[in-house]
Design a binder for this molecule. Structure first.
Ligand code: GLA
Ligand code: ZN
Length: 677
């Protein structure tokens, strides 16, 4: 979807405002430079006011108004908000708790993705929508549903239970196979037939680990199938329209990597300052990198970008208001990580309903304000840089594995871990982010051969094929870096019985022979190449067979025992760090990789709170530089080669003989440098 260069837009709810307001809205939307608007994702009751009676007239009208200004539309399929008449007609569409209570239809997402009545109603409305707009060139595509599976609800209705049992039967074939896989002899759970199986209920840490993991897999697949139903309808009616859905970063409910295979491109909802006043921009960056890698061809959008204060948290009635410059900066951050489209949520703040304080660009009064002027300035800038930027791609030699299966396995465990799976992945990611090194955040099913370096923090659960592919990657010359608690579990969520890291002892040339959890109040370090490096969360004693010891523990009874090892395996190296990745460990790993010439950064930046990414074009590159602090900054960049450099936003230049570039950034400011050799 590159016809616009960069898609730049806003989520608009015409159904929330009188028609007399629409023209004025469209005028301001167009003057801000927006070229796309998302519409209708919660408008089922207007699209189908009663069973089978459709009314698209209002939607046609607003699409027409927008089209007059050259603005395209992306339409939401409205299935995240089933209308009251549907609940009345089929109360069984409401998800059911384990206690047998139906979820009250008081908010949204009150449906079971496996309910046949809901599937029929979904088919009907999606088909009608797709048919109605199949020849409408101003509708470029669809967002399926909205934030699928948001919330922790698990449905235990008769359909879900029945389908889960069938799912298990297809997977295991024979009930004895399932008994063996789960170890149901524990606490006398041996099943005689499939109907004896009941889905586990939260908290899952009291349940059989294998059953709990299969339930999470089944639930994820249920939503993917629900999406697939809608994708199938739209593709058969209008194959030329693009299909996406709005994800939520690395939210645990659905395996987003699997889901995204069905889409033309994924998109996500990005609210940096929701709940977190001092949010971590590296976390946001990592979610961009993950969403991009979920896409089949590495393209993605931000479907909702924070445009004002969000609603309340921890006793505060309203979230923190984005400071001047932040709205613009967040959009540049998305583009820096490869986004092809950025859409703000939402146009004007709602005066009624649930989200009265989840602010849009405009406040309740609809007047032009500071935030509007900021995005308008951004619109003007994007118009100037879009062609150069759209001609480039974010590329990386470093793949960081995010495994939903490993995540789910950790979520089922007692007390979780000192650091959560997400925290550990972030901690290692951040080492690279701080050095301005592009990283792909990939699924364990990705083709590893496209990377030089593979990072697998806390890869708690593996399966046979993953074990084989990791070995192949290293054997063929790759560098693999793993951290504590790697391959503890097999695909049935059982602990490996033949030593850790399960199935990978030959790859790492060592065995984990002892371990301890490290509570936050205890300090421990690793001594490595004359340096003291802080360890966190977990310590492992590694006993090498063929590996070399790179670092030893400096902690009570583990003092002097191997903590970090490297093993030559085929043409490559497998490194194992016997601790969770502290920021110190992450930083050290990156430094060693750079020192040994394994990663060769194009540019180095001096200063704190700066983010740097590179996008590559055919004969040029663009470097994005973002100031994540609310104060002015003088920045110095050091390039690996001499470039001719042009500042696309600020206009500075340098000539071909220089390796350095200096510039001034304002609070929350950004610059894009155009580089030619
Ligand atoms: C989400 C949803 C939107 C809206 C915003 C604010 O991301 O997709 O519909 O609810 O959050 O809450
Ligand atoms: Zn159900």
């Amino acid at each position: 979807m590159t016809e616009a260069g960069i898609w730049f837009g806003v989520d608009y709810y015409p159904e929330h405002w009188p028609k007399s307001q629409w023209k004025a809205d469209v005028k301001l939307i167009s003057e801000a430079g927006f070229n796309v608007v998302r519409l209708a994702e919660f408008a089922w009751c207007r699209i189908e006011p009663s069973p089978g009676r459709f009314d698209f007239s209002w939607l046609d009208e607003i699409i027409g108004e927008l089209a007059e200004k050259g603005i395209k539309a992306i339409l939401g399929t409205p299935t995240a908000a089933p209308p009251p008449w549907l609940v009345k007609l089929h109360p069984d569409i409401l998800p059911m708790s384990y206690q047998g209570h139906r979820m009250p239809p008081v908010a949204r997402r009150h449906y079971c993705p496996n309910n046949p009545n809901y599937l029929r109603a979904t088919e009907r409305v999606v088909k009608a929508l797709a048919e109605h707009y199949k020849d409408e060139p101003n509708v470029i595509g669809y967002q399926i549903d909205n934030e699928l599976s948001l919330g922790d609800e698990y449905c235990y209705c008769e359909h879900c239970v029945q389908l889960f049992r069938e799912w298990l039967e297809r997977k295991y074939g024979d009930i004895d196979e399932l008994n063996k896989a789960y170890g149901t002899i524990f606490w006398s759970h041996e099943y005689g037939d499939w109907t004896e199986i009941h889905p586990p209920t939260p908290p899952f840490d009291r349940c059989n680990r294998g059953l709990a993991l299969d339930w999470l897999r089944f639930r994820s697949e249920s939503f993917i199938k629900f999406l697939e139903l809608q994708v199938g309808i739209i593709r058969s009616v209008s194959p030329d329209k693009k299909i996406t859905t709005n994800l939520m970063g690395l939210f645990p409910g659905i395996d987003y990597y699997e889901l995204s295979r069905l889409l033309d491109f994924p998109s996500w909802d990005c609210y940096p300052k929701f709940r977190h006043v001092d949010y971590d921009p590296a976390w946001v960056a990592m979610l961009h990198d993950a969403t991009r890698c979920m896409g089949r061809d590495r393209s993605y959008w931000v479907m909702e970008l924070q445009a004002g204060p969000t609603d309340g948290y921890h006793g505060h009635p309203i979230g923190v208001t984005p400071e001047p410059g932040e709205l613009r900066k967040w959009a540049y951050q998305a583009i820096a990580h490869g986004a092809d489209g950025v859409i703000y949520f939402r146009w004007r703040t709602a005066c009624f309903g649930k989200e009265q304080y989840w602010h849009g660009i405009l406040n309740h009064d609809g007047e032009v304000n500071r935030r509007y002027l900021e995005v308008k300035r951004l619109g003007e800038e994007l118009e100037k840089v879009k062609d150069l930027v759209a001609g480039t791609k974010y590329r990386s030699n470093v793949g960081l594995v995010f495994s939903y299966e490993a995540l789910w396995s950790t979520l089922i465990e007692e007390g979780y871990y000192t650091m959560s799976y997400h925290d550990q992945v972030l901690s290692l990611y951040k080492g690279f982010w701080l050095h301005g090194i592009n990283v792909d955040v990939i699924s364990p099913n990705e083709d590893f051969m496209r990377y030089n370096v593979l990072l697998t923090p806390f890869l708690y659960l593996t399966n046979r094929s993953l074990i084989t592919r990791l070995k192949k990657f290293v054997y063929n010359g790759g560098i693999l870096i793993a951290t504590a608690r790697t391959s503890v579990k097999d695909e049935y969520n059982r602990v490996h019985s033949d030593g850790l890291p399960g199935g990978l002892m030959d790859l790492f040339g060592m065995k984990v022979t002892d371990y301890t959890c490290l509570p936050a109040e205890r300090r421990a370090s690793i001594l490595m190449e004359g340096r003291v490096i802080q360890a966190v969360g977990w310590l492992e004693e590694l006993t090498p067979s063929s590996a070399q010891v790179l670092g030893v523990h400096d902690y009570e009874w583990l003092k002097g025992r191997a903590a970090v090892t490297v093993n030559r395996y085929g043409e490559g190296y497998a490194v194992y760090v016997g601790s969770f990745p502290s920021s110190d460990i992450a930083n050290h790993i990156v430094k060693v990789l750079i020192k040994r010439g394994i990663i060769k950064p194009l540019v180095r930046v001096e200063g704190d709170h700066l983010e740097l990414t590179v996008r590559e074009g055919s004969h040029y590159r663009v470097v994005f530089l973002i100031n994540h602090e609310g104060r002015d900054k003088s920045v110095k960049l050091y390039f690996a080669k001499a470039f001719r450099i042009k500042g696309l936003l600020k206009g500075g230049t340098s000539h071909g003989d220089k390796h350095e570039y200096e510039l001034e950034l304002g609070p929350h400011d950004a610059e894009i440098l155009y580089l030619e050799e």
